[in-house]
Design a protein around this ligand. Structure first.
Ligand code: SAM
Length: 235
């Protein structure tokens, strides 16, 4: 993979970036995503934010090598601190991180999110906590994709800022409102695996000398939700 040939995962994230966007890609590593979008004239301006020096230098190198420094800037910063008011960022992508880290980055960057209309997030675990944050902060999920690539399953969540309150039911938060409605084969396979994992974790909890009753209740509720979805899908 490089800026000219994105992975299917990053290309899917890029598909949701509006044409002409002013984009901040947080945790950009090599800046492949913003560089690809700049090369294809899909964005008018982009910030590649990175908290670690090595990946930040990779991003700088990529931007210079591709001759994109008039459109793209790499910044060494924690999370949304990479965004400056003059950037007038309207779209943020955060891909390839755990849901809790994505949530923390969003929580700590409320000020930088003021002008942001669209968030495109690809949490590699803990998607539910991201959906919970979106609903609580006035972002409505407008599209979702699930895909399998190189033995991994990825979920991409696109959310737009709205004026009206947003709420999701427990099952929409866990499975994703659009993914739940679609129930694609990749989705079913993911949740069959998750069900097995949850059942084996539950069995281990029951074997503990002191049963962790609260954890048992949480995992039993999750198992019930997954079983319900799989039954609905005829699995
Ligand atoms: N976004 C790229 C992708 O999806 O292919 C790179 C994903 S890589 C697994 C995660 C990157 O996020 C790493 O380069 C890491 O240094 C960066 N990162 C982690 N926490 C961050 C934070 N708080 N702020 C900015 N970057 C962060």
């Amino acid at each position: 993979m490089d800026a000219k040939q994105l992975s299917q995962r990053l290309a899917t994230v890029g598909d949701f970036v509006p044409t002409g966007a002013r984009l901040a890609d947080i945790g950009s590593d090599h800046a492949y995503l913003p560089a690809n979008l700049a090369l294809n004239r899909r964005i008018s301006y982009g910030v590649a934010g990175e908290v670690v020096r090595g990946p930040f230098e990779n991003a700088q190198h990529e931007i210079n090598q591709l001759g994109l420094s008039d459109i793209l800037v790499a910044r060494l910063a924690d999370g949304l601190a990479a965004i400056q008011p003059a950037d007038k960022i309207d779209t943020v992508t955060i891909a390839g991180m755990g849901g809790p880290l994505i949530r923390r980055i969003l929580e700590q960057g409320t000020a930088q999110l003021a002008g942001v209309k669209r968030l495109i997030l690809e949490p590699n675990v803990g998607e539910a906590t991201v959906r919970d944050w979106l609903a609580a902060n006035g972002f409505q999920i407008t599209a979702e994709r699930i895909l399998a690539e190189d033995g991994h399953t990825y979920e991409v969540i696109c959310a737009d800022r709205v004026d009206q309150p947003v709420t999701y039911l427990a099952n929409e938060q866990l499975f994703g409102p659009f993914l739940l409605a679609e129930k694609s084969p990749v989705f079913i396979a993911k949740w069959q695996r998750e069900l097995e994992r949850a059942q084996s974790a539950l069995a281990q909890m029951h074997q503990a000398k002191v049963a962790p009753t609260q954890n048992i209740a949480v995992i039993e509720a999750k198992i019930k939700l997954i079983e319900g979805v799989l039954v609905d899908a005829g699995k």
